[in-house]
Design a protein around this ligand. Sequence first.
Ligand code: PLP
Length: 391
Amino acid sequence: MGPAVQRIYFDHNATTPVHPAVAERMAAVLTEDFGNPSSIHHFGQRSKALIDQARSAVAALIGADPSEITFTSGGTESDNLAIRGAAESLEKTRRHLIASAIEHEAVLNTLKALARRGALTTLLPVGESGIVSPDALAAALTEETALVSVMHANNEIGTIQPISELSTLAKARGALMHSDAVQSAGKIPVDVKALGVDLLSISAHKFHGPKGIGAIWIRRGVRLPPIATGGKQERGRRAGTENVAGIVGMGVAAEIARTKMVEDGARLSSLRDRLEDGILRAVPGTVVNGVRSPRVPNTTNISFDRVEAESLLIALDLEGIAVSTGSACSSGTLEPSHVLKAMGFPPHRTQNSIRFSLGTSNSQADVDHVIAVLPGLVEKLRHLTRTPVRA
Ligand SMILES: Cc1ncc(COP(=O)(O)O)c(C=O)c1O
């Protein structure tokens, strides 16, 4: 057997490692604080107190009141609760739903499902900047619009949307405003009041918490019907015995993220810039997508001319470097990234992009290793397909 490959993880937008302090607290809850939070006795009340504590920590991460936080099974469920809930509660008079064309599937496929049941839907274009234009939203809003859903930061390219401006427009037409903040919470400051939204989704595993736990913030006064009926947990907004260990883990992760975000963000953005500059300099035929727009500090999305992204991902993985592609392989053909497609890029850019998403464990040495390894891999793949680099 050869020497073990040293692994470098550059896929933090997919998920992050659980922080050791989070894992430690969760282990204690699983074994010691196992009571059902609905139980009246000591064990139940202890679990309930732990949930309340976590609720305060999660609320503090997004500038919210703890009573407005509902724990869910993650970003997907939060998005579903927001969109299906808004559609259902306003269905009779308002049948129109608006989202950006670059939303996560949790939003896009929920809209598609509701469209099959008669909802009218509009997807807002973004253009090369990867940013939703307020003018496009203003033009799309009607008296029938129930909800506008625009993500705070995009998972593929990291662009940050002008949510407060969009919220003002939505509110003026009587629509609810939802933002999927799964990729921004824990990375950049998120303040529900400053954003002016009514509903906001977050997910713990994107900021060093466990998978399978998230939250939706619901502005006080907004009524959303639950999507699962059952017990009265979470003030009747989300039935089912609470995932106490997950909730506690999310609370600890939120607390750590809140206190370290600014420092970590500054370090990550300088590493990200070093990575981008290094790749652009060392590999001809490369371009950074969304580079001129405001972006979260840890993300870069780079198209490599004449290199199939999937092949480059595999070549990097063999070198111990984990990244991801925006495009998805389905039935043997490479589907272009819906985000880059919405930005109006041609196939050689939408099918050839790699996302590097950095995290706290990444070092300058990791970045320099990628910059050293990448030119050779790209060269080899281009040689295999015998295609010259586009000028
Ligand atoms: C923008 C965005 N929204 C929603 C989700 C789904 O979150 P979860 O995995 O917690 O269901 C993700 C996860 O990749 C995401 O990036």
